[in-house]
Design a protein around this ligand. Sequence first.
Ligand code: NDP
Length: 251
Amino acid sequence: MTDLSGITAVVTGGNSGIGRAMAIGMARAGADVALWARDTARSASVVGELRALGVRALAVGCDVTDENAVSDAMERTVAELGPLGCLVANAGVTDGAPITEMSLDRWHRVLRTNLDGAFLSTREAARRFVAQGSGGSLVIVSSTVSRYGGAGLAAYATSKTGLLGLGRTLAVELARHRVRCNMLLPGWTRTPMTEPLRADERFLAATTSRTPVRRWGDDADFHDVAAFLADPALVFHTGNEVVVDGGYTVY
Ligand code: NDP
């Protein structure tokens, strides 16, 4: 069992879906957790769940595309919870349309949140880790869509593939500071983001039957994975792509 006692972890987009599941998993392992997201009311209810597990937890209102907001969020997090041990860059949005109908604004909104947001969050964390001299763990949430194409997903797939470049680079660049960086690639998972997709029964049936374990992912599939990657004992684990998709991409 991973022991994260005494570790402060940040989960961006930790108030919903996969982020919330990972925050719960890290809290169960003993980490104190800060949730960075825009909807603070939703974050407050997840903070309640985390505190009930016996750890300290904090909801920080933060738009990850805002450089100053990200640096303020880090200040507040370390002031209230102590030195940073792990940051999970999970906040993300999707917006699909055929390329012929995709506007530049919509394209930019996806890239800004998914790429700029991960860049700003991991940069802030890297600065902390280097200043603390403590080492640390970064987890960047990409997607299995980085491994295949998807009609209508130009902006989303581009952003999620770009995150692999960011993660691999940080793994190389920060290793001398004992900072590890791993990428998490979820497959089809039941969260608010994918609700509209699941409402399409034919799509749900097709993706389910194409998945070797014959179901979509759920919260429980993500509880332990971020806790595992955050574990400071995993000193040799960096630059990995951890796929959590029920076998979809190898089928
Ligand atoms: P949700 O929509 O449930 O959660 C998205 C989270 O991102 C929310 O907490 C939201 O909080 C936060 N967020 C969005 N924009 C911003 C912003 N500008 N600043 C701060 N926080 C922001 O989606 P999922 O849980 O499904 O997705 C989590 C991650 O997993 C995403 O990166 C997604 O791309 C990835 N993923 C999901 C898959 C799936 O099938 N569900 C598959 C593969 C990858 P708020 O709105 O309060 O700011």
